[in-house]
Design a protein around this ligand. Structure first.
Ligand SMILES: [Zn+2]
Ligand SMILES: [Zn+2]
Length: 331
């Protein structure tokens, strides 16, 4: 695999980023060695922050509820009440849908973030803290206009999200965590929230990279959050539209993401982009149209023995994958 990577320009880009990062970090590491109390205060602050994660932020809560409501209404307008996620949810649905609801409740009440930290023993949380607290390069300051800063940061974030998603299908340890999202046997607006604690923590480490490199103007977070959350809810909905030329050239459509959720490997090794279609097109993984017969995994151990069994499977698979270090094929 290393030989294959060596032929890729991405390999040299990642190598360059690593060198820049280590050089940038070097002075911080030397400072830490000279003043160990800095390490101590960092640990104390991070530990204090864990408890504040659980504080319910009402503004956040109402934003999430509003976005879900808007997505559910848009879905009803497009597919009608009969096929809508809301109707299925009110009927209490099957085990797959119940898992989606469980994760939705955890997410909007902020419990998801807290549990993600606790149930991964804080390992990724501390790693994330080290990277985000000490690694600022703040290149955004070199970009003259705020709108241009937002644009550049969005494109870089999308690029990172594409590769994080693609690699989560490639490496078996990462797939062990991401597979939980793919275990949904039915798409519904709330399927977006079906992300395992382990995956959310691993992904956070990758998502922070653009912010570390660029720094982010404050208004970026609000704009980016609202647009991408609504988009992610819609692409998991019962809407099966390809969105015409918009879905072809600009933004990942619900049909494109449905193809990614198909249980056939030629489908789920495609359409990795989070929002823009450009990365799938550029790296040859875009499938515009395909008939999707069944959703989920070809061999699906989920949605059978209850939610707590389902929560345990990714941990088990993750440890197995690390100890055997084999990779998935097809990416
Ligand atoms: Zn995926
Ligand atoms: Zn999805």
């Amino acid at each position: 695999m290393i030989n294959r990577l060596k032929n890729s320009p991405l390999f040299y880009l990642v190598l360059l980023a690593l060198v820049v990062f280590v050089v940038h970090f070097w002075s911080t590491i030397l400072e830490m060695i000279d003043a160990p109390e800095k390490i101590q205060s960092f640990i104390v602050l991070r530990l204090k922050n864990v408890s504040t994660i659980l504080d319910l932020n009402w503004k956040h809560f109402f934003t999430d509820i509003s976005l879900v409501s808007v997505a559910l209404v848009i879905e009803i307008i497009f597919v009608g009440w009969e096929y809508s996620s809301l109707k299925k949810l009110l009927k209490r649905g099957n085990k797959s849908l119940q898992t989606d609801v469980f994760f939705f409740v955890l997410a909007v009440t902020n419990s998801f973030k807290f549990l993600s930290v606790v149930l991964t023993f804080g390992i990724f949380y501390f790693a994330f803290g080290i990277v985000s607290d000490f690694g600022h390069l703040n290149l955004a300051a070199l970009i003259p206009f705020p709108w241009l800063q937002i644009l550049v940061l969005s494109v870089i974030s999308e690029f990172t999200a594409y590769w994080a998603h693609r690699l989560s299908h490639k490496f078996s340890w990462w797939w062990a965590a991401h597979r939980f999202h793919h275990s949904a046997e039915e798409m519904g607006t709330l399927t977006y929230y079906r992300v395992h604690f382990l995956e959310s923590q691993i992904n956070q480490l990758f998502r922070v990279i653009p912010f570390v490199i660029f720094g982010a103007p404050l208004q970026y977070f609000v704009i980016y959050y609202i647009i991408t959350e609504l988009h992610n809810l819609l692409i998991h909905s019962e809407i099966k539209s390809d969105w015409g030329w918009v879905g072809k050239y600009l933004i990942i459509s619900p049909l494109a993401h449905r193809i990614h959720h198909s249980n056939r490997s030629e489908h789920y090794h495609s359409n990795y982009s989070n929002f823009l279609t450009v990365w799938d097109r550029l790296f040859g993984t875009f499938i515009e149209k395909a008939e999707v017969k069944e959703l989920g995994l070809s061999e699906n151990p989920y949605n059978q023995k209850g939610i707590f069994n389902d929560l345990w499977i990714p941990y088990k698979d993750f440890v197995n994958a690390i100890s055997t270090t084999k990779s998935n094929s097809g990416v």
